[in-house]
Design a binder for this molecule. Structure first.
Ligand code: KIV
Length: 271
């Protein structure tokens, strides 16, 4: 039997097994029930209720405005649609930066109210104490380093991180600090592929890349981006697997036409 067949529900243990056996981890974002169900049935390993929902669902410019209540609302819908994938939830901006206890309380609230399998926090050494406290309570934590969108106002742009030696060393140190604090996996966002390779080789836990090259233990993309729904956003690291925006446009135009011409509904579609 293959690893895929043995695993009924993806947990942190599956992640360790995947890394040990060199099986790449597939991850995507989800914010609603029906999309989560489709992605889960297709066999994706991890569904992230990303705070990118602030951008792609709520239409905000950054990830900063989304709240704890909103993350919980969306996660409840996603977990209902998921049977196999592990569901991880982004802790929103200012839900863990204030103090270790505040982060701990909010991580606990997410786990209690949503049926998710874990939480994700942005940052390295500076959040290690919070990660330790959360993991010691039995809550799986995913780290996120490199380009961390919650710090956009500090960075000043969405350019790749870790190009200078100083930044690269910081990223390597942050990854180690997260592993030592108990994180089960780390997202590496927008950094040179060679740096992501070094980080990945230095850790026992798997890395999940986005704009971080092909040496990570897995990959994640924002679902509306990879399905070609978000036509305003064309970064180099996104591969388009569908052109859903075009399909929607064509379908809706056809529907409008049918309604206007009284061709919908027909006799078979009526009672
Ligand atoms: O919020 C999000 O979707 C993320 C991914 C880009 C990793 O953090």
């Amino acid at each position: 039997m293959s690893t895929e067949q043995i695993i009924k529900r993806i947990t942190t243990k599956s992640f360790y097994l995947f890394k040990k056996r060199g099986i790449k981890i597939s991850a995507l974002t989800a914010y609603d029930f029906i999309t989560a169900k489709l992605l889960d049935e297709a066999g994706v390993d991890l569904l992230l209720v990303g705070d990118s929902l602030s951008n792609v669902f709520q239409g905000n410019e950054t990830t900063l405005p989304v709240t704890m209540d909103e993350m919980i609302y969306h996660t409840k819908a996603v977990t209902k649609g998921t049977k196999r994938a592990m569901v991880v939830v982004d802790m929103p901006f200012m839900s863990y930066q204030l103090s270790v206890d505040e982060g701990f309380r909010n991580a606990g609230r997410i786990m209690k109210e949503t049926s998710a399998g874990g939480v994700k926090l942005e940052g390295g050494e500076r959040i290690a104490e919070t990660v330790r406290k959360i993991t010691e309570a039995g809550i799986p934590v995913m780290g996120h380093i490199g380009l961390t969108p919650q710090s956009i106002h500090q960075f000043g742009s969405y350019r790749e991180r870790g190009k200078s030696e100083e930044e690269a060393n910081e990223i390597l140190k942050d990854a180690k600090a997260l592993e030592e604090a108990g994180a089960f996996s780390i997202v590496l966002e927008k950094m040179p592929a060679e740096l992501a390779k070094k980080v990945t080789a230095s850790l026992q836990i798997p890395t999940i890349g986005i704009g971080a090259g092909n040496y990570c233990d897995g990959q994640i993309l924002v679902t509306p981006d990879m399905l070609g729904m978000n036509t305003d956003f064309h970064p180099r690291f996104v591969r388009y697997y569908a052109q859903i925006a075009e399909t929607i446009d064509k379908s809706v135009k056809q529907y409008i036409n049918d309604v206007r011409k009284s061709e919908f509904p027909n006799a078979d579609e009526s009672y």
